[in-house]
Every structure is written in structure tokens, then in C-alpha cells.
Design a binder for this molecule. Structure first.
Ligand code: ATP
Ligand code: MG
Length: 432
């Protein structure tokens, strides 16, 4: 027999046992962004490579070593999107969505990065991203943070903390960059290979190094907040005040940075210590220079993206009971009349009890084997329609998980009885 084919390394199947958790998470997060008046934008998973080279930047980890880039049959260089901002901004520019108007947008979907797969780090992973274009004040930055705070609250997540910083204006950052390079050059002998390489190309990224030996060197480096221009300082102080007003605690992390020139002012990250090295669940900030950099008119912008796999892992680590999509009812069928009549009855029930999940036995089988399937399905109730029941217009109602006695009811009483028993469950589903 030929060797079976497996999935691409770092690309996961989301199995039927997991998909309900994903749907739940997506629904909660979608409701939160909608509560702030954001609209969904759906974008291609592939873009011209040039877009990412220009918008993410040549000297970043993503562009240097993580992109899935290939030539299509026409010889055009395409790339599977490693993140969503570039495509979103491209679409807004292409469709004239930035002239005399602001945009509040969100998207979700798979992103692709050729990284070393490990827990919380995959080659295909899912993000939800939010972008607001055309607004420059700290108020919209605060809104981003309010929104994420509300997401964690809606999910019952507690072990997350907010770090914020300001990158200042591009000019202020240039001055800071020189000071940083001067300091790091004076300790060049102690730098690791990655940092030595970045010293020329992207020195601010060194502050973000995950190498513990670099941390000591970084801790005594010049600090970005000491180099802020006064407008950016006011912007940042106002943001922090807005967060205080809303009772959102935040830690100013002077080493929280983004390396590229079109980033400015606000950066923030939500981090947790529950997920080991992959502790950032959400990252965001301003990218006021990007639209102009891509050839549009200057347009301030801010946004964030969160990692779905890490959020699910965090919910599981906190012992949250995530919903499943098991049926409520399993319908056991016997005999020819029973089977035909039962199939129709199941349709009537689905009509009568909105939200009811009823799985019909298909493919026959003895009562014994059908009850085994009923058990395995996770249903809480089995309904039985055999030839006898069909003839009398009755149904046998059998609780499966120790919840009461078996009874024989007339067909018209089943919907009511199910509603009683399942009331709690259906209510919970409605809330989801
Ligand atoms: P990291 O420092 O962990 O590599 P990043 O700075 O590359 O993260 P962003 O580009 O800011 O990440 O992406 C936003 C979020 O998307 C991250 O905070 C994380 O939750 C998630 N994320 C990023 N890369 C991956 C990945 N390879 N697998 C799973 N989730 C990811
Ligand atoms: Mg990364």
C-alpha cells in the first residue's frame, strides 16, 4: 500500500471536536467588534509579493525568512499573506475608501509564516485583525484597547496584562536609533549573531530579542521614552489617561517596539505568562506612515491582530469549559414503517424547536447498536420510533445520562417535553 499523505508541517486540521470552540470564540469576538461599529472586510489569502516587501519591510523576520513566496504560472511572484494589515490597506486604497472618510474594519482568517513550529507557533495560524484608518488621535487608540479588553472580559480571561509604549514621531525615533546604535556598538563583542546583523538593518528589533543573554545588555540601553517629541508625549499621556478613566490597568514597557519607519506613536501588546515563550496573544499600534509609503495620501491608521490558537490555548489553560457541537437528541429508528415515519417526525421537530440539534440514525442496525451510537454521539436524550410507535402516533423518550425515566409520549407532546429538558442548554446556545 502507498504511504499515506500527511498535512504540511505546522499546518493544523481543526477537527470536529475542536470546531465548536473556534465557532464560539469567533462569535464572541465578532460580537465585540460589531459593538463598536466595525465592518468586516474579506480579503484574498494571497497578494503580490511586492506588497509585503514594501509594507512589512525587507529587514523584518517575516520578509527575511518567513514568507511563503512562489511564482505562479505566469511567472508573477505571489505570497501567502503572513498578516492582514497589508492586504487591508491595499484594498482600501484600491477601492478609494480613504478619501474624505474614515474606515473601521475587521477581518479574520488564516495567515502563513514559515517559522519553526512549536506550541502556539504554527505555519498556518488564524488571526482576527482590526484596523481603523483616517483617525490620528489617542481616542481611537483607546478604542482599540477598550475593544480588546472587552474581548477578554466576554471570554472570562483574567491572566492577561496590557503593555503600552509610544514610538514617537519618525524623527524622534531616528535620534533614538542613533543613540541605541552607539550604545550597542560599544558592546558589539557581547551581541549575539542575530543582534549583530540587526545592528545595521533594524536595531530597534534588538530590544525585542528573545535571547536571555541579550536581556542584560538591553536593560541598560538608552530608553525610547526619553527621546519622545512633545506632540507624541501628549498623545501618549492622553491615551494613558483614557485607559485610566476606563479602569484599564496598563504597564508602560519602554522596550516595546516596532522596527519600521511608518510605525509611530502607540504600540501595545497583551501578554500572558500561561503560554510559555509564545505569550503574546494580541499586538497592535499605529502605522501612520504606511498608506503614504504605499503611494497613497498621508492617512493616519491604527489597529491590532490577535492569534486565535493562542487564545484557545489560554482558555483551555484557564479551565474554561468550551462548548461542543454534540447533538441534543439521537433518533433511534426500527422497522420499515418506523424508519419512514421517524424521518418525517425529525423534520417536524426541527421545525418546532429552533436550535434543537437532532441526529437521526442512518444505515439501520439493531436497537443495541443504535443505542451505542446514541451514547457515542453525546446526545442527552434518545427518541425511539419503531413500527409500534409509528402505528400509534407515539414516541419513546429515553434520557441517556441518568436524567430521569423512560416514557412513552404522543408525538405532539415531544416538542414540549424536549423544550423542558433542554431549556437550559438551548438558552446557553442562544447566548453564544
Ligand atoms: P511573535 O513575537 O510571537 O513571533 P509577532 O510579533 O510575529 O509574534 P504579530 O505579527 O504581531 O506577531 O501577530 C499578531 C499575533 O498573531 C501574535 O501576537 C500572535 O498571537 C499571533 N501569531 C503570530 N505569529 C504566529 C504563529 N506563527 N503561530 C500562531 N500565532 C501567531
Ligand atoms: Mg513572529
Amino acid at each position: 500500500m502507498a504511504k499515506t499523505i500527511q498535512a504540511v508541517r505546522g499546518m493544523n486540521d481543526i477537527l470536529p471536536t475542536q470546531s465548536a470552540s473556534w465557532q464560539y470564540l469567533e462569535a464572541v469576538l465578532r460580537d465585540v467588534v460589531h459593538a463598536y461599529g466595525y465592518s468586516e472586510i474579506r480579503l484574498p489569502v494571497m497578494e503580490k509579493t511586492e506588497l509585503f516587501r514594501r509594507s512589512i519591510g525587507e529587514v523584518t523576520d517575516i520578509v527575511e525568512k518567513e514568507m511563503y513566496t512562489f511564482e505562479d504560472r505566469n511567472g508573477d511572484s505571489l505570497t501567502l499573506r503572513p498578516e492582514g494589515t497589508a492586504g487591508c490597506v491595499r484594498a482600501c486604497m484600491e477601492h478609494g475608501m480613504l478619501h474624505n472618510q474614515v474606515q473601521r474594519l475587521w477581518y479574520k482568517g488564516p495567515m502563513f509564516r514559515h517559522e519553526r513550529p512549536q506550541k502556539g507557533r504554527y505555519r498556518q495560524f488564524y488571526q482576527i485583525g482590526v484596523e481603523a484608518l483616517g483617525m490620528e488621535g489617542p481616542d481611537i487608540d483607546a478604542e482599540m484597547i477598550f475593544m480588546t479588553t472587552r474581548m477578554w472580559r466576554s471570554l472570562g480571561l483574567k491572566d492577561v496584562t496590557l503593555q503600552v509604549n509610544s514610538l514617537g514621531s519618525p524623527e524622534a525615533r531616528t535620534t533614538y536609533r542613533s543613540a541605541l546604535v552607539e550604545y550597542l556598538s560599544s558592546r558589539a563583542g557581547e551581541l549575539d549573531e542575530d543582534s549583530r546583523r540587526r545592528l545595521d538593518s533594524n536595531p530597534l528589533r534588538i530590544l525585542d530579542s528573545k535571547n536571555p543573554e541579550m536581556k542584560a545588555i538591553i536593560s541598560t540601553a538608552p530608553q525610547l521614552p526619553d527621546y519622545l517629541d512633545s506632540d507624541s508625549r501628549v498623545h501618549f499621556e492622553t491615551l494613558c489617561a483614557l485607559l485610566d478613566d476606563a479602569g484599564i490597568s496598563h504597564e508602560v514597557n519602554p522596550r516595546l517596539v516596532r522596527g519600521l519607519d511608518y510605525y509611530s506613536r502607540t504600540v501595545f501588546e497583551w501578554v500572558t505568562d500561561q503560554l510559555g515563550a509564545q505569550g503574546t496573544i494580541c499586538a497592535g499600534g499605529r502605522y501612520d506612515g504606511l498608506v503614504e509609503y504605499l503611494g497613497g495620501r498621508p492617512t493616519p491608521a491604527t489597529g491590532f491582530a490577535l492569534g486565535m490558537e493562542r487564545l484557545i490555548a489560554l482558555l483551555e489553560a484557564g479551565g474554561s469549559e468550551l462548548p461542543g457541537n454534540r447533538p441534543h437528541v439521537y433518533l433511534v429508528l426500527g422497522g420499515e414503517q418506523g424508519t419512514r415515519s421517524g424521518m418525517v417526525f425529525a423534520e417536524e421537530l426541527r421545525e418546532a424547536v429552533p436550535g434543537l440539534r437532532i441526529q437521526t440514525n442512518c444505515g439501520g442496525g439493531s436497537f443495541k447498536s443504535q443505542f451505542r451510537r446514541a451514547d457515542r454521539s453525546g446526545a442527552v436524550i434518545a427518541l425511539v420510533v419503531g413500527d409500534d410507535e409509528a402505528m400509534r402516533g407515539q414516541v419513546t423518550f429515553k434520557p441517556l445520562r441518568g436524567a430521569g425515566e423512560q416514557e412513552v409520549l404522543s408525538r405532539q407532546d415531544i416538542a414540549g417535553r424536549l423544550s423542558q429538558v433542554l431549556d437550559l442548554q438551548l438558552n446557553r446556545m442562544a447566548e453564544e
